[in-house]
Design a protein around this ligand. Structure first.
Ligand code: ZN
Length: 108
């Protein structure tokens, strides 16, 4: 696939060109990503932790929604935001606090 065809990919799930000849490994799918930052209390020591995480999905013919249509950028962004909301609520530990908690057997 040459650059001209690649640029012709409109980002809404339509691949311009002969799909039968498209090889998965050569297609550059558009990546929709959001970076989330949170600061929360460590469950081990109680000190503040700052965490950063990147959430992403690509727009591609196999990434479909419940209706069987290829997910749009907007739909992906909505899902990423939902995942970030869940992640925001997750408990966090410093690496060392997690290890010392495990050493105490709290994971049993
Ligand atoms: Zn800690």
């Amino acid at each position: 696939m040459d650059d001209r065809v690649r640029r012709g990919y409109d980002g809404r799930g339509r691949v311009v060109g002969d799909e039968r000849r498209v090889k998965m490994t050569t297609v550059n799918f558009e990546k929709v990503s959001l970076t989330a930052i949170k600061s929360c209390k460590c469950k081990g020591c109680g000190k503040t932790i700052r965490r950063q995480k990147k959430f992403y999905q690509t727009i591609n013919p196999f990434n479909k929604n419940k209706d069987g249509r290829v997910k749009t950028r907007k739909e992906i962004l909505k899902e990423l935001k939902e995942r970030i909301a869940t992640w925001n609520l997750q408990d966090e530990w410093h690496e060392k606090c997690l290890i010392s908690d495990n050493a105490k057997g709290s994971w049993e």
